[in-house]
Design a protein around this ligand. Sequence first.
Ligand code: AMP
Length: 213
Amino acid sequence: MILILLGAPGVGKGTQGELIAKEYGIPQISTGDILRKEVKEGSALGKEAKKYMDSGALVPDDVIVGMMENRIKEDDCKNGFILDGFPRTVAQAEALDVMLEKNGLKLDKVLLIDVPKDEIIDRLTGRRVCSKCGAVYHIKNNPPKRDGVCDKCGGELIQRSDDTKEVVENRLNVYEKSTMPLIEYYEKTKKLVKIDGLGDINEIFSKVKAVLG
Ligand code: AMP
């Protein structure tokens, strides 16, 4: 199964992607996670990407497309994969079509997770991430047992540098301008399914499973 998770930053693509990955035994490929790892390691790609990520801008298409071309050829992708955060522009979607065709693969579904803008801002600015294991919390909706400490590994919880109010607003503007046109792009393929992303994580996942079968 090959899936795309579409939706603004903060709608829960990462959370749902993780649940789908476990349930269906296919990897979740998050471009944001890959880039953050590269930044942490200080690689050439990471240094280049950081310039854009800090302000909430998109990393150039050619950098992302090259990165994804390599990733989907890895062994763990042979039974399918979930794309989380890619494609984010029409040019990336077109490049993905070519990539899939070249490898004899077919896209199954595009899940568009929909959440109102006010709720997104609240979710992103209140999000905290474990600096060690990457577990995600929210200061109000899903707080850790001890303030600032990860329940799972005891690591320090931090705010992603692009989850500050100013950068979040820019990321949402970028989403509206560059990524929303993808909704129309995938509506034409009849593979797009819209899912209400408000409410309990497990309830949303039940809706996702009903769509995926
Ligand atoms: P995310 O974790 O998906 O919100 O991504 C964090 C940041 O990584 C974004 O704000 C972009 O700067 C960059 N990024 C992630 N995925 C892409 C993509 N497909 N195209 C361009 N930039 C991306």
